[in-house]
Structures are given as structure tokens and as C-alpha cells.
Ligand binder design. Structure first.
Ligand code: HEM
Length: 341
């Protein structure tokens, strides 16, 4: 009996110990999580944010497609291993299968902008500003440059992220949504990252800028199952004809790209939603937002109220930029964004 009592006492003590450890971990996580905040570099590198802004502006003045590239870069970084710059890591002999090599990432652009900002920041304040923060700030600046109207208020972006040391091609293949996903799959993938369905629909409005390769929507233009003329019946017929002219059967030039917003391809706005209801969005995943009962209503509200959408987009961008932040415990401030230290 005594033995039994002892084991009960010991298991009670063990449970107590586990609870204490769990609580302290929770506390530590919370305290660490507080390290991210607006103006993190105000003391350590006061010009950090303006250096990123100047760099993004400079690249944008030479190539107006840069903001689109940088917004997508943040999304693809944050959805895999959190917002930790893991997407920036080049393959190495130790790790040839990095995120960058995953198929959805093969068309990600904008690494040169991040490298340029990092080089300037290393001169200004060595070993201080993380690559993950540069990616987040550059995306914020891109939204502003593309005309996001945050009701005249500055679009703030918290900083204080650390750079990760892990980058996996398989993890990227699994976490990034495909242009063929349905609403349930998209909702689940965003929910896995702590983002709501509303935020998913809101952030999809980023597809009002930038370009897409024909391969991502060719299946809607030719031999579409069950369609008498082979075209996805949810596509506007005139738009489908335009797309067929740009992306001929067989995709002879795999580098051909098409603007995602036919009217204002460089302005981030709620056109994405009116385009969607008019059958003028490129991907089945985007089209699904307008045909699925669950997301139709939110999409409709975003058409009607562009001001609210702008605000929601700014807030959702900040939420996305806070996914699984690393700290000094599991991260570092890289010297070169393409290599771990
Ligand atoms: C909802 C799920 C999403 C899917 C399935 C998706 C898929 C895609 C695909 C297939 C492309 C075309 C890439 C190419 O052919 O070069 C693309 C481009 C783009 N995506 Fe998304 N995306 C999603 C969400 C987002 C989010 C949340 C953002 C940012 C907030 C975003 C921003 C962009 C931008 C700006 C481009 C244009 C990039 C460029 O011009 O290089 N996307 N997306």
C-alpha cells in the first residue's frame, strides 16, 4: 500500500512539476513574444525603417512590379517556419533542399531588394536588423507604395523578429496554398497559421497587383472537364479569349506572365473583388472565393466597401507578419540574408 501511496504522491508531484514547467514556458513565450513591437529599432538603429523604405522606393522607381514581389515574399516567408527570413536562405551543401527550391517559390522575386537593404543596414548598424524584419518592413512599404489607403494613418509594422536557422523545401510545399485549392483547403491553411477566413479573403486582395505565369491557370482555358468549349464556365468569355491569346495551348513560352488585375495592375485596391464577381480572376483558388457560399458574403462586402477593405488589409498584413516569430532562443540576426551565421 505504502508503495502505491508513494507512486500516487510521486505522480501527483510529477503532474505538478509538468504544470509548473508548462506555465513557465507559457510565461517565457509571452514575455518573449512581447519583444516584437512598433519602433523596436528606435534606439539601436534609428534609421532602420527609413533605410528599408528608401531602398524599396529606389527599386520601385526602376521597376513598378517590385511591390507585388515583396508582398508575396512576406506571405511565402511567414507561412513556412514563421516570419523568420527562412525563405531567403540559399541552398548550401549542408542543406540543398531549402524553401526557395519549393515549386510555389520558384517564381518568388525581390530577393535583390532585401539584399540591398541589408547591405546598407549592415553599414549603418552592424548585426542589428534582422532579415525577417527587413522582409516585413519592405512588404509594408510595398503596400503603401502600391496605394493602400489606410485612412490617412501611417501603416505601422512591428519589428523585433529574429532570423531562423531552419529552411525546408518539403515544409514549403506542404504549407503554401496552390492556385487550385478550394475554399475549405485555403481556410484550413490560413487557420493553421492563426488567420481567419475573413483575413484569408481580405489578404487575397493582394492579387489586385502583380503578375502570374500562364501555367497557374492554363487548365481553365483548355480542355476544362465538363465544359462544351473547353473553357472554365466561371471565366468571363471575353476575358478567357484574351487569356487564350496571351497563353496559347501548350504554353510555348513558360515565362509569359499576365497582369492579375486587368485594369489597375500596379494599384492595390478592392478591384480584385469586383473582378472576381465578373469572372475576371486568374486562379481557380481565387474564383472559389466568389462561388463558395462561405466566402461570397465577405467578398461582396469588400466590393461595396473599399475603405473598410483597405483598413482590413493593413491589419491582416500585420497579423500575417506576426506568425510564429522567432527570438534569441531559436533565432539569430544574420549577417547575410542568404546564409545562416
Ligand atoms: C489565398 C491563397 C493564395 C494563393 C493560392 C496564391 C497563389 C498565387 C500564385 C499562383 C501566384 C502567381 C505566381 C506566378 O505565377 O508568378 C501569386 C502571385 C501573387 N500573390 Fe498570391 N496566393 C495566395 C495568397 C496571397 C497572399 C496572402 C498574398 C499577400 C498578402 C499574395 C500576394 C501575391 C502577389 C502580390 C502576387 C504577384 C507576385 C508577382 O508579381 O511576382 N498572395 N499568388
Amino acid at each position: 500500500m505504502g508503495g502505491l501511496d508513494f507512486s500516487r504522491r510521486s505522480s501527483a508531484a510529477e503532474s505538478c512539476f509538468v504544470v509548473v514547467i508548462a506555465l513557465s514556458l507559457l510565461l517565457v513565450t509571452q514575455v518573449r513574444a512581447q519583444n516584437i513591437g512598433v519602433g523596436f529599432y528606435d534606439q539601436s538603429c534609428p534609421r532602420a525603417e527609413s533605410i528599408v523604405t528608401e531602398t524599396v522606393r529606389e527599386f520601385n522607381s526602376r521597376d513598378a512590379t517590385v511591390p507585388a514581389a515583396l508582398l508575396r515574399l512576406l506571405f511565402h516567408d511567414c507561412f513556412v517556419e514563421g516570419c523568420d527570413g527562412s525563405l531567403l536562405l540559399d541552398p548550401s551543401p549542408e542543406n540543398p533542399d531549402v524553401e526557395k527550391a519549393a515549386s510555389p517559390n520558384l517564381t518568388v522575386r525581390g530577393y535583390d531588394v532585401i539584399d540591398a537593404a541589408k547591405a546598407r543596414l549592415e553599414v549603418e548598424c552592424p548585426q542589428t536588423v534582422s532579415c525577417a524584419d527587413i522582409v516585413a518592413l519592405a512588404a509594408r512599404d510595398s503596400a503603401v507604395l502600391a496605394g493602400l489607403n489606410f485612412q490617412g494613418l501611417p501603416l505601422t509594422m512591428a519589428t523585433g523578429r529574429w532570423d531562423g536557422r531552419v529552411s525546408s523545401r518539403n515544409a514549403a510545399e506542404a504549407a503554401l496554398p496552390s492556385s487550385k485549392s478550394n475554399v475549405q483547403q485555403l481556410t484550413a491553411q490560413f487557420s493553421n497559421k492563426g488567420l481567419s477566413q475573413d483575413e484569408m479573403v481580405t489578404l487575397s486582395g493582394a492579387h489586385s497587383i502583380g503578375v502570374a505565369h500562364c501555367s497557374n491557370f492554363m487548365d481553365r482555358l483548355y480542355d476544362f472537364p465538363g465544359s462544351p468549349n473547353g473553357v472554365d464556365p466561371t471565366l468571363d468569355p471575353d476575358y478567357a479569349a484574351e487569356l487564350q491569346a496571351k497563353c496559347p495551348r501548350g504554353n510555348p513560352n513558360p515565362n509569359t506572365v499576365v497582369n492579375m488585375d486587368p485594369q489597375t495592375p500596379f494599384v492595390i485596391d478592392n478591384n480584385f473583388y469586383s473582378n472576381g464577381f465578373a469572372g475576371k480572376v486568374l486562379f481557380s483558388s481565387d474564383m472559389a472565393l466568389f462561388n463558395d457560399f462561405e466566402t461570397q458574403f465577405t467578398s461582396d462586402l469588400n466590393v461595396v466597401n473599399g475603405i473598410t477593405w483597405n483598413q482590413k488589409f493593413g491589419n491582416a498584413l500585420a497579423q500575417m507578419a506576426a506568425i510564429d516569430i522567432k527570438d534569441d532562443f531559436d533565432g539569430e540576426v544574420r549577417l547575410n540574408c542568404r546564409r545562416i551565421n
